[in-house]
Design a protein around this ligand. Structure first.
Ligand code: SF4
Ligand code: SF4
Length: 131
């Protein structure tokens, strides 16, 4: 028996709009569209590489709260902290997600330049310029 049954992955079809976000973001690439177009989990042998990473990105990105996994349900999730001044750092940290799926296209040089510009303001540790 594959390990996928241990994830308790579920899709509420009354909420799913088949946007594909969960499948596109899945770190382990274990989600795919089933014959009816709704996401389903592929069989896999182990957690981690070549399997489910337990990251719960699928649950986090679903715009309609249709996914449950590892017995976590969207309605049990904490609300996003307000992004207002004073809570901005909290919002940045708690909403942060690792991205392991990328589009095969170049990043505009203007975007890279502005990122480098922002990085110039990183802490320098006694002006050692380590980063
Ligand atoms: S928990 Fe992560 S790796 Fe597992 S199905 Fe969801 S997005 Fe994919
Ligand atoms: S992200 Fe949610 S709404 Fe979109 S396909 Fe996946 S389960 Fe359906």
């Amino acid at each position: 028996m594959g390990m996928e049954n241990r994830t308790h992955f579920g899709v509420d079809k009354s909420k799913c709009i088949k946007c594909g976000k969960c499948m596109n973001t899945c770190s382990g690439m274990v989600l795919q569209a089933g014959p009816d177009g709704y996401p389903q989990m592929k069989e896999f042998e182990r957690f981690g590489w070549r399997g489910c990473w337990r990251c719960q990105h699928c649950l986090a990105v679903c715009p309609t709260g249709a996914i449950s996994i590892f017995d976590k349900k969207p309605e049990d999730s904490l609300p996003k902290p307000p992004g207002q001044m004073g809570c901005y750092m909290e919002s940045l940290i708690t909403n942060r997600r690792s991205c392991r799926r990328f589009l095969d296209k170049n990043v505009e040089s203007s975007v890279i330049s502005s990122m480098l510009k922002a990085m110039e303001a990183a802490p320098t540790g006694g002006n050692a310029q380590g980063v």
